[in-house]
Write a protein that binds this ligand. Structure first.
Ligand SMILES: N=c1c2ncn([C@@H]3O[C@H](COP(=O)(O)OP(=O)(O)OP(=O)(O)O)[C@@H](O)[C@H]3O)c2ncn1[C@@H]1O[C@H](COP(=O)(O)O)[C@@H](O)[C@H]1O
Length: 111
């Protein structure tokens, strides 16, 4: 299993679900979300994040995995809508590699 490939393949499918690409809300969950507008998928991100927190509080491993998948999926739906590629997030994480969060925070101008 190759995480990069899975993200890239999913991103390509999500692109095809945009209204501009002819996504059909009658046959596609993602196209239905896009047809409803950003509030619909942004609300799902909030819901899935809450469900992940509850799964973690319950120490339910299977639920943590499932809810994280739901959260990542709906986040990718949102990223695609805003024309941001999964690779853009990977690049940001790569940029942060090796920089302690404590050091980064201390160096913020407004810290
Ligand atoms: N990875 C996913 C994926 N993960 C979760 N979901 C859907 O997300 C929805 C929300 O999950 P919930 O557990 O919150 O279910 P719910 O409360 O009944 O949902 P709501 O009615 O509140 O929206 C469910 O309908 C899930 O099936 C997904 N739907 C699609 N994908 C991927 O997206 C591709 C395109 O999907 P379509 O656009 O539907 O063809 C698929 O081939 C998959 O690869």
């Amino acid at each position: 299993m190759n995480a990069d490939l899975i993200f890239a393949e999913l991103a390509a499918v999500l692109k095809s679900r945009l209204p501009s690409a002819g996504g059909d809300p009658d046959s596609s969950y993602v196209a239905k979300l896009y047809a409803k507008g950003p509030d619909a998928f942004l609300k799902k991100i909030g819901e899935e994040a809450t469900e992940l927190v509850m799964a973690a509080k319950d120490q339910n491993r299977e639920a943590i995995i499932a809810e994280t998948a739901d959260l990542w999926f709906h986040s990718l739906v949102a990223l695609n809508y805003y024309n941001i590629e999964p690779n853009d997030i990977m690049a940001e994480l790569a940029r942060r590699q090796g920089i302690s969060g404590l050091v980064e925070k201390a160096n913020r101008k407004d810290a």
